[in-house]
Design a protein around this ligand. Structure first.
Ligand SMILES: [Zn+2]
Length: 208
């Protein structure tokens, strides 16, 4: 599948998996890790999105393992499970990364190219639903995304999203209905503050 599809499917997989790990589905760092994990298996292809960014490494990986070789095999899946069970690494880091990685393998399984799960042995496993880059690919991605969104425990809150992005800090007075809390805090106070106790020391002007 194309990099964009893997990104969307990696995020979708995390939306569904996060509540199972007791983690927030819409945490930006976790989504970022899931997306990174969803692109990682194609490190064995120098022309893939991730391959272009780590060019010498992807070239070496491609030469040694071949595209959709070890990084798309049961060895890689075992590595993912080992990573998840590792006590040295935080689940907050490994869970989204592994979920994203496995979403990539599941997506590649849906293409005619399939997966060489038993790598280095020959034999391809595939459930050919759509060809890479075909018009059906966005359709499959859209269906999976809508299913994942329906299964996400958290719902997106526009106000929280704007606050998190810092929009309300800049535009609270212009967007009072969306940024009520910030708008109230930023409203300039009038000159008259009412009567207030100022303590025992009276102003010099009054003393005189
Ligand atoms: Zn792949």
């Amino acid at each position: 599948m194309m990099a964009g599809s893997h990104i969307a499917l990696g995020a979708a997989a995390w939306f569904v998996a996060a509540p199972r790990f007791g983690m927030p589905a819409l945490d930006p760092v976790s989504i970022g890790l899931a997306v990174f994990g969803s692109l990682l298996p194609d490190i064995d292809h120098p022309k893939s999105w991730v391959g272009k960014r780590v060019w010498p490494i992807s070239l070496i990986c491609g030469r040694i393992f071949g595209h959709r070789g070890m990084t798309h095999s049961l060895i890689a899946i075992s590595g993912c499970i080992a990573l998840l069970l590792s006590e040295q690494l935080s689940v907050a880091f490994t869970a989204p990364l592994v979920v994203g990685y496995l979403s990539h393998l599941a997506a590649d399984l849906l293409t005619p190219g399939g997966l060489r799960l038993a790598w280095p042995l020959r034999g391809v496993w595939s459930l050919p639903l759509c060809r890479t880059g075909s018009p059906f690919e966005p359709l499959v991605v859209a269906l999976v995304l809508s299913w994942a969104w329906g299964n996400t425990a958290e719902k997106f809150d526009l106000k929280d999203g704007l606050r998190a992005a810092g929009v309300c800090r800049l535009l609270a007075p212009e967007l009072p209905s969306l940024c009520e809390a910030e708008a109230v805090a930023k409203t300039p106070r009038s000159g008259w503050q009412g009567l207030a106790w100022v303590g025992e020391t009276a102003p010099a002007v009054i003393r005189r």
